[in-house]
Design a binder for this molecule. Structure first.
Ligand code: FAD
Ligand code: UDP
Length: 368
């Protein structure tokens, strides 16, 4: 039977869009489908009163890779935004990530030596030599005061479990430095695309056929007939009919509000680290672009249990789920004509630059 397309790409997020762009450049005919009614996956932004609202959580682009930085900049220039969230605990503000400003605010220490000594005292008291989980890793990095006030509550509401049951790598995402530098990332390149992430997605998908509101699983047999190859960026466990069991995910609920005031909180990201405040952070979107609009849009981010029908925002990369994923990965290796990619199909806590890197690597592997 004659196939209409070279590639059926399931998912119009960054992975699917980069793959479609590169394959189209190589003369391949692609069809991108997405079950949502817009393209872009989780980087999609909605224009509200001239403000680019990150509908699925704050997205700050950062990378050390000049090639990936140039790649995204070809679609729109990036601004000079540097992420510097503040955390609120018991009505007191602390700078993030953990740096000399945080240590000063927590303990009144002024020099790096004083801060290191304070941390070492607390690590010694906690008696941790080989950190085996997030709690132990966090205490061994910053001591018990910062752990108790800025990490434990936030982490346990974010993930819905004890910090003792979480992998240590999650807290290693955050820099720890002994300088007065509030930059949340260590990467060389950072910013927000001017005009929002949709500009990048539009650039990537220019000239590519996209069908929205189409769920691969609602019409799987017919859709599979359309192309020689499939690029799948949805949930890998769902692709295999959950035959090995269900992978765990963490979901979120976003509460957006358009406020008739110029400036709600004075910063793009404010974290609420106490356990009994039900949201983890409030995002004020205009500050990502130094907006001067008369009104503002804020989003409260509530962690949520994942269930069928909810969005699987975060893979839970603990040992149980990683072993289950390894089984699906093996099945994926034995499934010809399907390329699995992206945060859901690779079941990895990937940032945007890593998704782009992964998509470009797969294009190179399968299309050259
Ligand atoms: P997605 O964007 O999830 O796209 C997958 C697409 O596939 C979706 O559009 C979905 O609708 C579609 N799909 C799934 N199943 C089907 C199906 N059965 N049929 C049809 N379509 C389907 N990264 C950073 O670099 N910086 C940040 O600041 C940052 N902040 C983040 C904040 C939050 C709250 C979250 C959740 C993520 C954040 N990320 C950040 C990570 C970033 O969102 C991802 O790395 C990236 O968007 C993943 O792209 P993707 O294409 O793999 O997946
Ligand atoms: N974290 C924390 N307190 C904070 C911010 C982050 O304890 O104020 C921890 C928490 O465990 C979180 C992890 O650091 O899941 C990674 O934070 P990041 O901001 O990278 O999370 P993301 O933006 O991916 O949700």
């Amino acid at each position: 039977m004659l196939k209409n397309y070279d590639y059926l790409i399931v998912g119009s997020g960054l992975f699917g869009a980069v793959f479609a762009h590169e394959a189209t450049k190589k003369g391949k005919k692609c069809l991108v489908i997405d079950k949502r009614h817009h393209a872009g996956g989780n980087v999609y932004c909605k224009d509200i009163a001239g403000i680019q609202v990150h509908q699925y959580g704050a997205h700050i682009f950062h990378t050390n890779d000049k090639g990936i930085w140039d790649y995204v900049n070809q679609f729109t220039p990036f601004n000079r935004y540097t992420n510097s969230p503040v955390a609120i605990h018991s009505g007191k503000l602390y700078n993030l990530p953990f740096n000399m400003n945080t240590f000063y605010q927590m303990w009144g220490v002024i020099t790096p030596q004083e801060a290191q000594q304070k941390i070492q005292e607390q690590v010694k008291q906690a008696n941790i030599s080989e950190p085996r989980n997030l709690e132990e890793m966090a205490i061994s990095m910053v001591g018990t005061d910062i752990y108790e006030k800025l990490i434990k509550g936030y982490t346990e509401k974010q993930w819905g479990c004890s910090a003792k049951d979480l992998p240590a790598f999650i807290i290693k995402r955050l820099p720890l430095r002994f300088t007065y530098d509030n930059n949340y990332f260590n990467d060389k390149y950072q910013g927000i695309p001017e005009g929002g992430y949709n500009k990048i997605i539009e650039g990537l998908l220019q000239g590519v056929e996209v069908r929205l509101g189409v769920d691969f699983f609602a019409d799987r047999n017919e859709l599979e007939q359309l192309a020689d190859e499939i690029v799948f960026t949805g949930k890998i466990d769902e692709f295999f009919g959950f035959s090995e069991g269900m992978l765990a995910y963490r979901s979120l609920r976003f509460e957006h509000a358009h406020l008739q005031m110029e400036n709600f909180q004075g910063n793009a990201v404010v974290n609420y680290t106490e356990r009994d405040i039900p949201y983890t952070r409030i995002i004020e979107h205009k500050h990502f672009e130094f907006g001067t609009q008369a009104s503002t849009v804020i989003t409260r981010e509530y962690p949520d249990d994942f269930a069928v029908g909810k969005e699987p925002y975060y893979p839970i990369n603990d040992s149980v789920n990683n072993s289950l994923f390894a089984k699906y990965e093996e099945m994926a290796r034995n499934t010809p004509h399907v390329i699995f990619g992206g945060r859901l199909a690779e079941y990895k806590y990937y940032d945007m630059h890593q998704i782009i890197g992964s998509a470009l690597a797969k294009v190179k592997r399968f299309l050259s």
